[in-house]
Design a protein around this ligand. Sequence first.
Ligand SMILES: CCCCC/C=C\C/C=C\C/C=C\C/C=C\CCCC(=O)SCCNC(=O)CCNC(=O)[C@H](O)C(C)(C)COP(=O)(O)OP(=O)(O)OC[C@H]1O[C@@H](n2cnc3c(N)ncnc32)[C@H](O)[C@@H]1OP(=O)(O)O
Length: 210
Amino acid sequence: MTIRETTGESRLRALCELAEQVRELMDATTLTDVPEAELTAVTATLTEATERLRASARAAPQPFEFAPDGSLRHLGNAVTGAANPHALPLAVERDGAAVRADVRFRPLHEGPPGSVHGGISAMILDHLLGQAAAAAGFAGMTASLTVRYLKPVPYGAALLATAEHTRAEGRKSWAEGRISTQDGTTLVEATGLFITPAAWPARPPTPPEG
Ligand SMILES: CCCCC/C=C\C/C=C\C/C=C\C/C=C\CCCC(=O)SCCNC(=O)CCNC(=O)[C@H](O)C(C)(C)COP(=O)(O)OP(=O)(O)OC[C@H]1O[C@@H](n2cnc3c(N)ncnc32)[C@H](O)[C@@H]1OP(=O)(O)O
């Protein structure tokens, strides 16, 4: 992977606005109750919009890159990337080797009726634990993730996700984290092992703040 300096901030902002509109579209699609003819008409409009976007396409999402303020960011990331409609996007704040993020899941994250799919919770925790490891200086790939589902995770509610690095041994490092309610009830907790690949440079770059 190469890390390059960003050009075209204005275009990137426009791309992030497009991604946010697509999130709105996904939410609207999940909950719409309009008649069939309207569904068909909207599908035709979207088919046209999709073709317009495909008129010029890249091979991969927006990469890791340095923002104009010097911070490292990854706008294409599936969890945090503002340019990726799949991302919440999660805004991760760092405090030493601990990280936190406000999370509000949406109806499109539904798994069991009325609550969030367990894989979605695991994805959020995977990312947060990884950022905690990276914040402690041990950026790596997830080698294992153990998730314990304690209570159903609601969508629509303001929740908190936190994680911290716990220990390291050579290229291996461990982190733990949880998703909890604002009053401190833990809903899901996870532990993970992260390994800095042998192929990575000895000192990975400073992790992104968000
Ligand atoms: C220029 C590049 C820079 C790019 C990065 C830039 C910046 C990064 C900055 C910040 C990142 C910030 C945040 C990160 C946020 C989120 C994290 C989400 C991450 C993911 O979403 S990531 C996707 C899922 N993840 C995978 O896709 C991994 C696939 N896999 C592999 O890529 C390899 O498999 C790897 C790398 C895991 C190991 O490969 P390797 O060749 O480096 O290491 P090797 O095999 O030699 O093992 C060394 C020692 O680890 C033990 N070991 C190995 N694997 C183990 C396992 N699974 N469980 C238990 N122990 C294991 C061995 O047993 C040995 O142990 P021992 O030393 O004791 O013998």
